[in-house]
Design a binder for this molecule. Structure first.
Ligand SMILES: [Fe+2]
Ligand SMILES: [Fe+2]
Length: 206
């Protein structure tokens, strides 16, 4: 394991209980709020997966792991990405918050020994989605937006829930469209989000 990740893991008792281990990992590294958020997203991802016939166990694991890179504050994220060999896009260099999805993916593999591509890929695009997204990508994407990490009710929740009545993809697109409408005020528009939008925008007319 890379020294950077070793340091973060050294005081964490790793057990067979991944849910608990992830929670402890985040808590001992100063992120108790994210620890609870990850557990909540795991539970929500299980529900969404059961509803839309995805693998609920994998979805739950993806939820637990999706924000583990919160242990790196924004100011350290680019350096961490460089050290871990993560490709940095110009938009990510400009707004390092959005590289946390790629960092979580690497950490899930290196620290928690998760090697399932479906899980890892969904963690790796949970903020922006991507073109050609899998069902698992969409499950985690939607679950993270339902069980969001801020106080109060998400402003898009009714729209998202209504879209989920049609399909999982409609649900995912509802959130993308919500972001797209405010793209001029976003710090950056990540190219994966743009590609997901372009790919899915026709879905509204279905
Ligand atoms: Fe996230
Ligand atoms: Fe999250």
């Amino acid at each position: 394991m890379q020294p950077l990740l070793q340091t973060l893991s050294q005081s964490v008792p790793f057990t067979d209980d991944l849910r608990q281990t992830v929670h402890t990992f985040l808590t001992v590294n100063g992120c108790p709020v994210t620890a609870n958020h990850c557990i909540d997203v795991g539970a929500e991802a299980r529900r969404v997966a059961l509803r839309f016939e995805a693998d609920p166990d994998k979805a739950e694991i993806a939820g637990w792991l999706h924000d583990i890179s919160a242990v790196f504050p924004n100011r350290d994220r680019l350096a961490a990405a460089r050290e871990l060999g993560v490709e940095i896009l110009p938009e990510e260099a400009q707004f390092p918050m959005i590289i946390h999805q790629k960092l979580s993916k690497v950490m899930a593999r290196e620290i928690f020994h998760v090697h399932d591509a479906e899980i890892l890929d969904s963690v790796g695009c949970h903020t922006t989605l991507r073109a050609g997204s899998t069902r698992m990508d969409q499950v985690l994407f939607v679950a993270d937006k339902i069980a969001w990490d801020q106080p109060g009710t998400p402003p898009y929740i009714e729209e998202l829930r209504a879209a989920l009545e049609i399909s999982l993809t409609h649900g995912a697109f509802a959130y993308i469209a919500y972001l797209w409408r405010q793209r001029d005020s976003l710090k950056v528009v990540h190219p994966w989000l743009r590609e997901a939008y372009e790919e899915l925008k026709g879905i509204e007319r279905l």
